[in-house]
Design a protein around this ligand. Sequence first.
Ligand code: UP5
Ligand code: MG
Length: 317
Amino acid sequence: MSVAVAAGRQAWRQLARNTGTSAAIRRTIFSLPKSQHSPFRPAFNTTSKALPRFSQPQYRSYSSGGSSGGGTQVKFWPFVMVLAAGSAGWVLLINRQKTMPPNPQATTTITKPTPAFSPAHVTVLFVLGGPGAGKGTQCANLVSDFKFHHLSAGDLLRAEQERPGSQYGQLIKDCIKDGAIVPMEVTVALLENAMADAIARSGSRKARFLIDGFPRKMDQAFEFEKVVCPAKLVLFFDCPEEVMEGRLLERGKTSGRADDNAESIRKRFRTFIETSMPVVEYYDKEGKVVKVDATPKPTEVYEDVKRKLLEKLGENF
Ligand code: UP5
Ligand code: MG
């Protein structure tokens, strides 16, 4: 029997060594009275009244408040080692990444939409002002003196409205009569096509454009500058409503325009104040607005336009 007990004790020792059981547990086991070392009892069976102390050291070994002072050192050094090894590995990894060349495959490319025309070749001036302020009249003067291409957004929309087979004809007609703004996708596309045509016809990459009556809304401004071409400045014709109304009603006698009537004019004014003036204010804050008083007679207005434009842009803009 004693041979069997001795063999059992030897087997326990071997098992504890081989399985890496902590020294604390091993010491606890092998410091017990020999009678409690039976290999046939489950060492960690907490329900076993005969072996309550087998279970206790295992829980305490993770606590800094253990009652066994000698056990504390032994309990913590493996974790300190693991932490130290982990930290060293982490520092090594970070340092290695710093010295490594960037992986081209891992680089995320953020592609911004490129405008169709570069401002290095194409100069765009937005021409804004209330209905009847004289935008079209003054653009005609600038075309003859400065070789601008004049594109009136309103004229392009009216042409599209009349084009046989246009899917936007009715939409444009309704918007114009109500003084409402046609969805920007339509107008921006018409402007871009007209610019491309003008450039193709001129045979030169360099071109100057007066974009008349556009943008009438902030989203149009952002969209145009993003996909078509950034604008150099805004020429703004400032005119009181009663003056504009008189001009439009006078023109309405012969123009044939569906919006030159009292009711449409009222709606156009409201849209201009609520939706289009914020565009002028936005560009004004950007320092891009050239403001001209549009109440004098056309020739006087033009003198002012010319002087202010040259002041702002110089001779060779
Ligand atoms: N006139 C001009 N200057 C004068 C002066 N100094 N003294 C005395 N008379 C003067 O002039 C209007 C009239 O005034 C003319 O008879 C002229 O002889 C006289 P004009 O040069 O035509 O003024 P303009 O500002 O161009 O007036 P217009 O009516 O064209 O302005 P709107 O901005 O209202 O019209 P537009 O054609 O740009 O737009 C029409 C509609 O299209 C909009 O209401 C909208 O529904 C739609 N639209 C969009 O939806 N999106 C757009 O981007 C653009 C238009
Ligand atoms: Mg006009």
